[in-house]
Design a protein around this ligand. Structure first.
Ligand SMILES: [Zn+2]
Length: 399
């Protein structure tokens, strides 16, 4: 047997997983459903988990450490007696567990706890997190983290008025994590040295910055969500951007579109990460997929209607279609993997489109204003209202 490698393969800033986290889910899912979810939603291609998750007649044999066979397997047994009612441990409630329609029909979201995650950080951090651009001398810079927070405020007001309990993962233009790039230099260097021999100081610095504004920031928000807030649903707000021709000389791009993301489409190298493999399986056994997809499907319809944006597709390599809705895609992102409850991730509007830029300049005006011959709400209100309408339609249909 080869000697144990010096390190386990883990996601950025990830930890060696504790496979006992799967213990409460033993014998709670049939082999057929387990395989269907794995193939249909979670694995990018059917053989992407071969050798990492082996399917036996009565169990899944899961490799504890992908790069070290000597670390052995975790045996996850399937449910065989379908008539036996099973309890699936999870901190969130399914729609069936909420009381039926509340007495006051205007408060259709009564009793539901929704977390809004305004994507990115914004403010003084927007340039460093590469969510910033400015075109024209006397214009307001476009910063994704500022736009998502402003949208979150409108959405919070809407959902609260409908009876939901609403929490935000951040309420300012400051990071939630206490760590800064300088604190993450050693971790960045170690991570790079495990993958290529001698990284340059510039690469270490760039990696530490990324560890800060992506990994550390999102992991801190995930701890807040999973350990303290424990919501029934997370809505991750983002604004999209089409690729720049030249990022140093920003110019408008013709694309402007909409898509929504549910968690799935893990590549082989992602499934090889021991912590990512466990996190994927926790989502699978909790059946988050069904709720996420049903919600995303409903919200995509109201958003497409209200924003009038066309859909955007992936080529199947980093995003995968899981139903017949052209607006809904499965992708494995840190945010939609780490929040351990149904998560809908939004990517409407391309910020570097001329009209979106004009609407950002117009700010949060009241009423309607004309853009290219069409009267429109301010962009934050339109975004928030279109999400709200879909959430309401979903809960009206299932409660
Ligand atoms: Zn974003």
């Amino acid at each position: 047997m080869p000697p144990a490698p010096a390190f386990a393969k883990l996601a950025q800033l990830g930890h060696v997983p504790d496979w006992r986290q799967l213990d409460p889910y033993q014998r709670t899912i049939t082999r057929q459903e387990f395989v269907r979810l794995l193939d249909h939603c979670y694995a990018r291609k059917p053989d992407d988990y071969a050798g990492l998750i082996d399917l036996w007649p009565d169990r899944a044999r899961i490799r504890r450490q992908s790069n070290h066979p000597g670390a052995g397997f975790y045996d996850f047994y399937f449910l065989t007696d379908r008539r036996k009612p099973v309890a699936i441990p999870r901190y969130w409630k399914t729609p069936w567990e909420f009381s039926a329609q509340p007495a006051n029909t205007h408060r259709v979201l009564e009793g539901i706890h929704i977390v809004i995650d305004p994507g990115h950080i914004g403010g003084a951090w927007a340039d460093a997190e590469q969510r910033y651009y400015k075109i024209g001398a006397d214009t307001i810079p476009v910063q994704e983290g500022d736009l998502t927070l402003q949208t979150a405020r409108f959405l919070e007001r809407n959902l609260t008025a409908l009876g939901a309990k609403v929490s935000l993962t951040r309420t300012t233009l400051e990071p939630v994590t206490d760590l800064r790039p300088a604190d993450l230099i050693d971790e960045a260097r170690t991570y790079l040295m495990q993958r290529n021999s001698l990284p340059s100081d510039a690469l270490v610095k760039r990696t530490a910055e990324r560890f800060f504004y992506v990994s550390s920031e999102l992991r801190t928000r995930a701890d807040l969500v999973n350990d303290r807030l424990k919501p029934d649903l997370v809505l991750c707000l983002h604004y999209n951007a089409s690729p720049w021709r030249n990022p140093y000389r920003p110019a408008f791009r013709p694309e402007n579109h909409l898509h929504l993301i549910v968690n799935g489409c893990y590549s082989r190298s992602e499934i090889e990460e021991d912590d990512t493999r466990l996190e994927m399986l926790l989502r699978l056994v909790q059946r988050t997929y069904y709720y996420e997809l049903a919600l995303a499907d409903e919200i995509a319809k109201t958003m497409a209607h209200e924003t009038r944006l066309p859909s955007m597709g992936y080529d199947g390599s980093n995003g995968k279609s899981v139903n017949d809705n052209p607006y809904v895609w499965a992708r494995n992102l840190l945010a939609n993997r780490k929040f351990l409850c149904p998560v809908v991730f939004f990517e409407p509007y391309c910020m570097n489109h001329r009209e979106v830029h004009a609407r950002v300049q117009a700010g949060a005006y009241r009423g309607l204003r004309e853009f290219n011959g069409v009267y429109k709400k301010n962009i934050f209100q339109e975004y928030a209202d279109s999400v709200t309408a879909g959430v309401v339609r979903y809960f009206r249909s299932v409660r």
